[in-house]
Ligand binder design. Structure first.
Ligand code: ADP
Ligand code: MG
Ligand code: ZN
Length: 562
């Protein structure tokens, strides 16, 4: 700091460099030594803060920034962890048990045996003491097995509704989707929570997502699933007799479940949900029809008869489609024909009336479909033809709808061979009429090949005899088959291929014979199809029986006039 002579109040301030003395600096600036001697020098140390900050900021700042950055990252990661855990805690949702929304057994049609079995479970939860007093062990796990849409989830909800206890529901895939390690902790969490709420039911839907065979797969996210599964096993083993918690699980693939899950003490009770039979189908239709406005004369029994193979979910869907269909026509109520139309929609997808055919394509489709129908008509044990149409639907360009008259549990070899010939009917008709093949038959051929292969490898209906080869169902998507050895030799594989080809060629030959013999019918049906686009069951039967329904109708109309 320099105070100027001429103006005492004015001071000049300069920052001294650290490594040069004041005198040095001043003399450098041209101040003489004498005048320097006259000056009173006070050296003032820079205040601690500014000194240290000047010295340290350049060194420390990068570390601070780095540290902050790391902290920020960690916080982010931790948040994910937190979320995973809280998600785990909340994802098992307790189902609304209020009176109004409660699902009961009354809402599940059919499946009486399953209901009976599950009623027992309800009983356990309601009166555990009764069973404990006598020394009976309460089951820990019940596995619901059934095809998709047979009402497993619905049934589980009904159990909860009937038992009147807290019901926790979680889907298997929810376990799996999180990071390694978290799946297991979520299981732990969940079981804790359920135990606290005991007596309670824990429902794990789509169990196969977690419960597949351990050690089967292509690695990757797989370890996670194993840990999760292990944790479920550990938790189930840890249940005390008086925990009063029952684990209910549902799957449509019991064959892929880890055997450890099915051991006594775990999911030792298995309840099967079957596809509904006629009576049950009607009952399911009644349940769902109650939710929509129906005409009085609707015949649900008839719809039930016409829907073999439909699952409960299909039937619920059918009613809904019919309601949508009626609403689109601005009708107030659903009529029988809406329901009938919906059957086909559920089976085949919506009609594509807008799809424009060339004349040639339309003709070809007509011959193709007529080919199927005629072969079906002349082969034994075939399901009756319900409808033939050349209006595109879903994936199909045209279709021949056949449905069995009754529910079939068993199929005959004769039936299969007729089915194969029928599948070949379209291909053969194209070949017969145009001496040319189109891509239109590829789906038929695929179905036929699949069926022929099953005839040989699963049903023992070929000359290879009563042996099955390989697994009933393939699950390549999990890599199980890829890593698994085929259970038969190359030689057998070649024999199977040969056998399958033979069966298919025979089927085609049969179709060919039928079409050649009845080429007049082929002409008749396809002409009618080109003209009308669809032929119903009765009309088809009449045409094949030599009655022309149109002529018959005209005659009937004329008669009263006479
Ligand atoms: P899953 O879990 O077996 O695949 P869901 O329980 O989800 O099948 O069934 C789907 C829907 O189908 C149900 O919500 C219900 O509307 C209907 N459904 C299925 N089975 C039945 C049944 N037995 N009685 C009444 N409705 C059924
Ligand atoms: Mg389900
Ligand atoms: Zn076809």
């Amino acid at each position: 700091m320099v105070t100027l002579k001429n103006n005492k109040s004015q001071k000049l301030v300069a920052q001294k460099e650290n490594d040069a003395s004041v005198t040095e600096t001043l003399s450098n600036l041209g101040v003489s030594e004498e005048s320097l001697r006259k000056i009173e020098l006070t050296v003032k140390k820079p205040s601690g803060f500014s000194f240290w900050s000047a010295a340290l900021v350049p060194v420390v700042l990068p570390f601070v920034l780095l540290g902050f950055f790391l902290w920020f990252m960690m916080r982010g990661a931790q948040n994910v962890g937190n979320r995973a855990i809280s998600f785990g805690q909340s994802s098992a949702t307790a189902v609304d048990q209020s009176k109004k929304k409660r699902t009961t057994f009354a809402q599940v049609a059919g499946n009486e045996e399953a209901k009976q079995e599950l009623l027992e479970i309800v009983e356990f939860l309601k009166h555990p003491k009764k069973f404990q007093d006598i020394g009976a062990k309460i089951p820990k796990g019940v596995l619901l097995i059934g095809a998709p849409g047979t009402g497993k989830t619905l049934m589980a909800r009904a159990v909860a509704g009937e038992a009147g206890v807290p019901f926790f529901s979680i889907s298997g895939s929810e376990f799996v989707e999180m990071f390694v390690g978290v799946g297991a902790s979520r299981v732990r969490d969940l079981f804790q929570k359920v135990k606290r709420a005991a007596p309670a039911i824990l429902f794990i839907d789509e169990m196969d997502a977690v419960g597949r065979h351990r050690g089967a797969g292509l690695g990757g996210g797989h370890d996670e699933r194993e840990q999760t599964l292990n944790q479920i096993l550990v938790e189930m083993d840890g249940f005390e007799q008086n925990d009063n918690v029952i684990v209910l699980a549902a799957t449509n693939r019991p064959d892929v479940l880890d055997p450890a899950l099915l051991r006594p003490g775990r999911f030792d009770r298995q309840v099967t949900m079957d596809l509904p039979d006629i009576k049950e189908r009607e009952a399911i239709l009644v349940i769902h029809a109650a939710k929509v406005q129906m005409e009085k004369d609707v015949d649900l029994r008839n719809i039930g008869e016409r829907t073999p193979g439909f699952s409960g979910a299909d039937l619920a869907n059918l009613i809904n489609e019919a309601a949508i269909f009626a609403a689109r026509e601005n009708k107030k109520k659903v009529a029988q024909r809406h329901l009938e139309e919906s059957i086909e929609k559920v089976i085949l997808g919506p009609e594509k009336r807008s799809k424009v055919y060339s004349k040639k394509e339309k003709e070809l489709t007509a011959y193709h479909e007529a080919g199927h129908a005629i072969v079906a008509y002349y082969t034994p044990d075939s399901d009756p033809v319900r409808k033939i149409s050349i209006i595109a639907r879903g994936m199909a360009g045209g279709y021949t709808l056949k449905l069995p008259e009754t529910d079939k549990r068993l199929h005959t070899k004769t039936g299969f061979l007729s089915e194969l010939a029928t599948l070949m009917g379209g291909y053969t008709a194209e070949l017969f009429k145009y001496n040319e093949l189109t891509t239109g038959a590829s789906n038929d051929l695929m179905k036929a090949t699949k069926l022929a292969r099953r005839i040989v490898t699963q049903f023992g209906m070929s000359s290879l005899g009563p042996v099955t080869y390989g697994q009933a169902e393939h699950e390549v998507f999990l890599g199980r088959d890829i890593s698994e050895h085929r259970e038969y030799s190359e030689k057998t594989a070649a024999l199977i291929d040969e056998e399958v080809t033979g069966i298919l060629k025979n089927a085609q030959k049969r179709a060919d014979e039928i079409i050649k013999e009845h080429s007049d019918k082929l002409e008749l049906i396809s002409k009618r199809l080109i003209e009308k686009e669809t032929i119903g069951q009765q009309e088809f039967a009449d045409l094949m029986g030599g009655i022309d329904p149109d002529v018959a109708k005209e005659e009937a109309e004329i008669k009263p006039a006479v």
